[in-house]
Design a protein around this ligand. Structure first.
Ligand code: SF4
Ligand code: SF4
Length: 292
């Protein structure tokens, strides 16, 4: 929905931050609704920056609810504690929005190192608020999924095993509950690429990803079943290609093109490059966690 964010994390693949001004226009938001209806799309995954900072975020959520589309909010948690967003958690719960939230560790020092000073403390406040509203509880009504990504240039550990560790630590130390843990591999692009380059680790990390290639992941890489839309309405195979400016290898370029004629959008050829090893290494990686 735009690149404005209240945080400025070192691994951010969209280079988001408080000074970014790019925001999706009302016209593009209208096109989204039309495409959702025409293609009977079941799920919309809202991301930014912090998507909640878009002035029309709530309007879009309500629209999607009205047409029966499931909504995922890629929430950085600290946004729930920002001035002016005091009622955001209630709004998300009332509209049964699934929350997917980054929490790269259950220890304060590690989270603050990656996501900024004070982020962990605010994240815990936000998670407790969400739990209180019914998020992450065993009835499964309001889903609260946490996202882990490694601190540096390494592959994530086994998702199920780490989920168990997180579950024990989060409940015993903080009294916090969540639905699932997603492990995500850091992509060597944008801000994280800059960090790797500056610390002389870029080649080594790329080699690790390539050496860990697992062809079993090819059938389930997320570009096979999603369509990424940027803040201007242009289409991409995934969020990473969007950030690299890699357009799909076909005539479909914009949401408007999808409205001209009804098309088989999942038949679009996928534009791949060396960063794709980030999705296919080891157990695989996607915005919904590991692929195996
Ligand atoms: S990783 Fe998420 S929370 Fe951090 S700067 Fe990027 S968009 Fe914002
Ligand atoms: S980075 Fe490559 S493999 Fe991963 S989702 Fe995008 S296009 Fe597919």
């Amino acid at each position: 929905m735009g690149y404005k964010c209240n945080q400025c994390c070192i691994h951010c693949h969209v280079n988001a931050g408080p000074n970014r001004t790019e925001m999706m226009s009302s016209e593009t938001i209208d096109l989204i609704k039309k495409v959702l209806v025409l293609y009977k799309i079941k799920t919309i995954d809202l991301t930014g920056g912090a998507p909640e900072l878009h002035p029309e975020f709530r309007k879009l959520v309500i629209t999607c609810r009205e047409i029966g589309v499931e909504i995922i909010d890629r929430c950085n948690l600290t946004i729930l504690t920002e001035p002016g967003q005091e009622d955001l958690a209630d709004f998300l719960a009332a509209n049964e929005v699934t929350v997917v939230a980054s929490l790269p560790c259950y220890e304060e020092e590690n989270v603050d190192k990656q996501r900024g000073k004070g982020v962990f403390e605010k994240s815990i406040i936000a998670l407790k608020r969400l739990n209180k509203l019914g998020y992450g509880l065993s009835d499964g009504r309001l889903k609260l999924n946490l996202v882990y990504n490694p601190q540096g240039p390494s592959l994530p550990p086994d998702q199920k095993a780490l989920e168990e560790i997180y579950r024990k630590k989060m409940s015993s130390i903080y009294g916090i509950y969540f639905s699932e843990l997603f492990t995500i591999t850091n992509m060597p692009i944008n801000r994280f690429e800059g960090f790797l380059r500056a610390t002389g680790q870029l080649t080594e990390y790329q080699n690790l990803l390539e050496k860990s290639f697992n062809k079993r992941n090819l059938d389930t890489v997320m570009c096979r079943n999603l369509l990424s839309v940027n803040w201007q309405g242009y289409l991409y195979d995934c969020d990473f290609n969007q950030q690299l400016g890699l357009r799909p290898n076909c005539k479909l370029k914009h949401l408007k093109d999808l409205l001209q004629n009804k098309l088989e959008i999942l038949d679009m050829p996928i534009n791949v490059d060396s960063h794709c090893f980030g999705c296919t290494a080891g157990s695989g990686s996607s915005c919904s966690g590991s692929l195996q």
